[in-house]
Ligand binder design. Sequence first.
Ligand code: SF4
Ligand code: SF4
Length: 147
Amino acid sequence: MPEISKSKILAGRRAVDAYRTAHAKLYEHGWRRGIPEEHTPLLNTMLAEFKKQGFNSLQEFFAASEELNTTELNKMYLREGECNLCGKCCLECKDYVGNGICSIHKAKPKDCANYPIAKDFVSGLPEGCSYSFTRTAYQTTVDTKWN
Ligand code: SF4
Ligand code: SF4
């Protein structure tokens, strides 16, 4: 991801953090008359910052922010090993038919085809997954848990 995009995302994150802090303060003593009027400018400030950074919506910003986390984690962890077809990552999926078989194998989502990536490792792989991850020397400057 180009540095310029990263800086835009980090600016967006700061805007969200500022909004969250102000929002929490607004409600620190519970709801009271006047909160909606005071809330609107907080929201507008955050949305204005998104617009300034080139994001057209909250969803667009959060998707880009998540992609930044994924990119950074992929630099931080190197995947090793091969799939043993245990199927444990598919157990809750309606398209899983058992014995390691995906009924939509050729059309399965990209996330399935790439599973597991570093983000999955950090969230926790199913017990028995035969992949392992090794920390690389890459030092991120991003809070990869931010969401
Ligand atoms: S769609 Fe994905 S999660 Fe579902 S069975 Fe296929 S590979 Fe597994
Ligand atoms: S849990 Fe790991 S080893 Fe098992 S099927 Fe999924 S990716 Fe393969």
